[in-house]
Ligand binder design. Structure first.
Ligand code: 13P
Length: 284
């Protein structure tokens, strides 16, 4: 199947109240693991690619691998830029074959975020590419970007509703208390903010920082209006812990396939668990 924009999931997500997982690509093995999980679970899926991952994998390799994976998957797959920081990087990704983009203007003042996001929406929609916008500041560490807990600012519901009305983004990420990376304690998620915004806009809410969020909170977030959940760190942990264990037991192992293969299996298991939890299994 060719890559699809995230709008392909919209109607079903709303009707059946579930969330599609965005799992970030870090290399070929991540892509294969996520694809196999989606295929086995008959689940739609979103490949998230951060600017850091793009730098690491290369834009051309990323698109080629994602297209090959989508062909194999036999389920709808979106290739989505995660936290795009400028109009330029968004355009580069669209030209290279991305089917979806996030423009993250959350660090700009509201008016500027609206103005820049509108520009991205206009260009992306003209070529059938879906757009995710962001409001509020999500804490934690992603790539080389680190936001202190104190600087993380929850989204203001009235501003979020206005942001959606003016930009018409297809999916809206709002800061509601989750953070990128693993949590020290339990995240305090503001389900009331999710509910207030979701019930007043025509787009699903995106929950960033899905790793380490308790299952019950995920279910509550979906019930409140979350339709897309991003997960990266838990897959990275599963991958790296598997490799550490293998190399600790066999310090002389030099064949990368002997530790990357099991790491790929471990990632796949995490992704399968998330798809079941998010309710996206058997919805492709
Ligand atoms: P985690 O790494 O915390 O799962 O967050 C992923 C994410 O939100 C990507 O945008």
């Amino acid at each position: 199947m060719p890559l699809v924009p995230m709008t392909a999931f919209l109607e079903d997500v709303k009707k059946h109240k579930y969330a599609v997982g965005q799992f970030n690509l870090n290399n070929l093995e991540f892509t294969q693991a996520i694809t196999e999980a989606a295929k086995e679970e008959k689940s739609p899926v979103i490949f998230g690619v951060s600017e850091g991952a793009l730098k690491y994998m290369g834009l051309d390799y990323t698109v080629a691998i994602a297209k090959a994976a989508a062909e194999r998957a036999g389920v709808p797959v979106a290739l989505h830029l995660d936290h795009g920081s400028s109009f330029d990087v968004v355009m580069k990704c669209i030209r290279a074959g991305f089917s979806s983009v996030m423009f993250d203007g959350s660090h700009y003042p509201l008016e500027e975020n609206i103005r820049l996001t509108k520009k991205v929406v206009e260009a992306a929609h003209a070529v059938g590419v879906s757009v995710e916008g962001e409001l509020g500041t999500i804490g934690g560490v992603e790539d080389d970007l680190s936001v202190d807990e104190e600087d993380a600012a929850l989204a203001n519901p009235a501003e979020a509703i206005r942001f959606w009305e003016e930009t018409q983004v297809d999916y809206l990420a709002i800061a509601v208390g989750t953070a990128h990376g693993m949590y020290k304690g339990e995240p305090k998620i503001r389900f009331d903010i999710i509910e207030e915004v979701a019930s007043n806009i025509g787009a699903p809410i995106v929950l960033h920082g899905g790793s380490g969020v308790p299952d019950e909170s995920i279910r509550k977030a979906i019930a409140a209006g979350v339709g897309k959940i991003n997960v990266n760190t838990e897959n990275q942990v599963a991958c790296t812990e598997t490799i550490r264990k293998i190399l600790a037991a066999k310090p002389n192992e030099i064949d990368p396939r002997k530790y990357l293969g099991p790491a790929r299996e471990a990632i796949k298991e995490v992704v399968i668990g998330k798809m079941r939890l998010f309710g996206s299994s058997n919805r492709a």
